[in-house]
Design a protein around this ligand. Sequence first.
Ligand SMILES: NC(=O)c1ccc[n+]([C@@H]2O[C@H](COP(=O)([O-])OP(=O)(O)OC[C@H]3O[C@@H](n4cnc5c(N)ncnc54)[C@H](OP(=O)(O)O)[C@@H]3O)[C@@H](O)[C@H]2O)c1
Length: 352
Amino acid sequence: MAPTSGLDIQSQTHSAAIHSTVGIVGAGSIGCFLGAILAQDKSLAVQFFGREALGLELAAYGLSAGFPGGNVSAIAPAFYTSMVSLIECDVILLTVKAISLPHLIPQLKKFIRPDVPVIALQNGIGVDTMLSASLSNPVYRAVVPFNVVKTGPGHFQQTSSGQLLWPQSNQHKLDYLAAIFRHYGSGVQLCADMRAVEYGKLLLNLNNALNALSGLPLKQQLLQHDLRLVLAAAMQEWLQVAKALQVKPQAMTLLPNDWLPWLLRLPTRLFRLLARQMLKIDDAARSSMWDDIQAGRRTEVMYLNGAVVRLGIDTGIATPVNAAIVELVKHLEQGESLKLSPAQLRQQLLQR
Ligand SMILES: NC(=O)c1ccc[n+]([C@@H]2O[C@H](COP(=O)([O-])OP(=O)(O)OC[C@H]3O[C@@H](n4cnc5c(N)ncnc54)[C@H](OP(=O)(O)O)[C@@H]3O)[C@@H](O)[C@H]2O)c1
């Protein structure tokens, strides 16, 4: 796709090009995907902060991103393994996993200038609170509702549909970045209430842990009635907690959120018919939490099902299903192999 000048973006957004340095902190699937798109704009200098192995790969192969609207690439992107250059950045996209944040925050504090907006793109709840408690910077949430996978050397591919959910703000820099995402073909939806968005995304992400526990590909897992009953119960708990907190989670599917547990509880024959959209998944796809367990990494479960339990305690809502899910994931993180059938999982997770 041909690069466009800041002036073209300006005519779309009624705002001046920002001639800024964007820091992508956590060059992985999401960071490289979004950074590759931003790097198309000549008025931005995009710097990637990540691990050495990826830096070498991008130096050798360049960086590219693919999405339903097209493909973009960047030759020799600026890549750093040290955070020192963060001092040059005028806006930061934070794209590490939530579990990496506690280690990273002291470095952010040391090197990011205090006026620089920080946009946190993690899944889960509690990330912005943690950042705001340590940084004096303005902190924003953005949510990625689609999947991105590294499919080749330096190539990051969007593998499901959806638009980036971006905060509506009075920050010119944020509006400008949104305009660039939109201009280069990756959709963006501006959202006034990012809390509702974050809560809505969590409703779907509650399945990540269950997928890791089942050991099955996502599609097979969703076709197991026993496991759908567990997911429905976990979702119901979160919807009750959100209600107690007076937050209406934004719906991320065509159905209203309250209907999802009902849909999941249907017999498999009916579920197959009514959930065709939900079942449009690659046969081999699994949750990233399953990948984390296979790689012996800690998972984001404490920011997902764990957040339901924490906020359940705060609001006095019982969350036994999510608590049981967290407990089993913790066993997996310790390297234990559970080998539970769907029926056994249902028994362990629902009968407390
Ligand atoms: N991928 C998706 O499809 C998707 C979709 C929606 C939302 N999300 C959310 O987006 C967030 C990022 O996910 P992701 O899939 O992009 O993760 P990822 O591929 O693991 O990328 C994060 C990268 O940051 C690196 N990193 C962590 N701490 C670092 C540090 N101190 N210095 C330098 N590099 C560091 C990680 O390296 P190490 O692994 O060595 O720590 C990793 O390479 C997560 O919260 C995830 O839940 C992901």
